[in-house]
Design a binder for this molecule. Structure first.
Ligand code: DAH
Length: 320
């Protein structure tokens, strides 16, 4: 009996697999197992013999359990060694959505303006006459109203022709000093390869006690240089806008050409007065440009309408 027990212990210790161990377990504790038989006989045995069998019983159970754990661990380790996933491997490229080039440009411009200390301001795209024209020193009889082909609505409101309307809203609400920018859609009855009936404008406004024309020039040069990622050369021409005095236009050197890019000037005293700001105390600059045209230049695109068509094939081919 004892020889048998020793033999089984060795077999358990040397078992090579869980299956082998299972067979040994059945031989020991199964219905016709050796230990099962011994346990059945217990009633006929002396106390001493019972104690020996009990000890052997629990020793075998421990051995089985330990061996089972050992074999399971070995199986797991073998699996881990062969069935791992290399997360650094390249996989099939998936089609990912990306931001529209206009959205990207908008975010870049906004981040730059915010880094200069300007705060984003917004306004409605359906605008009233006061904010779009009259408060901007462009009363009804003013010939400058014809500068922009306006979409009029039946109730006398207009589709915002310029983000300059947002200047008025900002000054009315906030007063002076103020340093804001606005980015938004504007609408005019124009449509060809370089004009879209809806286009994007960006407006800057900085009113304080000591703001000068050189602040305007410096701000614009820094903004464009940051946006295009290279030093941008600007040229300034005298111009006319009802809401600025003096008024200027900026041209930007692009390749060997000069492109008209931005209207600007020192905010007209009448505009400040219309917003309850004292022009003897405060002055400042304003500028406005088509930021979607800037995006066209940056991404080297030649038809502005493609921006708004939402044609995914075009968006993909343009590298976005
Ligand atoms: N609103 C003008 C336009 O749409 C652009 C502009 C010119 C904006 C001068 C300004 C400015 O703020 O001061 O053509």
């Amino acid at each position: 009996m004892c020889i048998n027990g020793v033999n089984m212990k060795n077999k358990i210790k040397n078992a090579k697999s869980l299956e082998e161990l299972q067979v040994l377990y059945a031989e020991t504790f199964g219905k016709n197992g050796t230990m099962t038989a011994k346990l059945k006989n217990m009633a006929t045995l002396s106390n001493e013999e019972r104690a020996t069998i009990n000890a052997e019983n629990s020793e075998l159970r421990t051995l089985f359990k330990d061996k089972q754990t050992e074999l399971e661990m070995a199986a797991l380790n073998a699996k881990l060694a062969t069935e791992y996933i290399d997360v650094t491997l390249d996989k099939e490229p998936k089609n990912r959505g990306t931001l529209h080039p206009l959205t990207q440009s908008l975010k870049e411009l906004a981040a730059i303006m915010e880094s200069f200390g300007f705060t984003l301001w917004t306004g409605p795209e359906i605008e009233d006459d006061w904010h779009n024209f009259t408060a901007l020193n462009t009363p009804e009889y003013h010939p400058a109203r014809d500068m922009q082909d306006t979409f009029f609505l039946e109730n006398g409101n207009v589709m915002r022709t310029q983000t300059s309307a947002i200047q008025i809203r900002a000054m009315e609400q906030h007063g002076a000093p103020i340093k804001i920018f606005a980015i938004g859609s504007t609408y005019r009855k124009e449509l060809d390869a370089t004009h879209s009936a809806m286009f994007g404008q960006m407006e800057g406004l900085y009113i304080d006690k000591n703001v000068t024309m050189s602040d305007l020039i410096g701000t614009l040069r820094a903004l464009l240089s940051k946006f295009f990622g290279k030093e941008i050369e600007l040229r300034i021409r005298p111009s006319y806008f009802p809401f600025t005095e003096p008024s200027v236009e900026f041209d930007m050197k692009w390749g060997d050409k000069w492109l008209e890019i931005c209207g600007a000037g020192m905010v007209h005293p009448n505009v400040l007065k219309n917003c309850n700001i004292n022009p003897d105390e405060y002055q400042g600059f304003a500028f406005g440009f088509g930021w979607d045209r800037m995006a066209m230049l940056k991404y080297d695109l030649n038809d502005i309408r493609a921006f708004y068509d939402g044609d995914v094939r075009w968006l993909k081919n343009s590298g976005f």
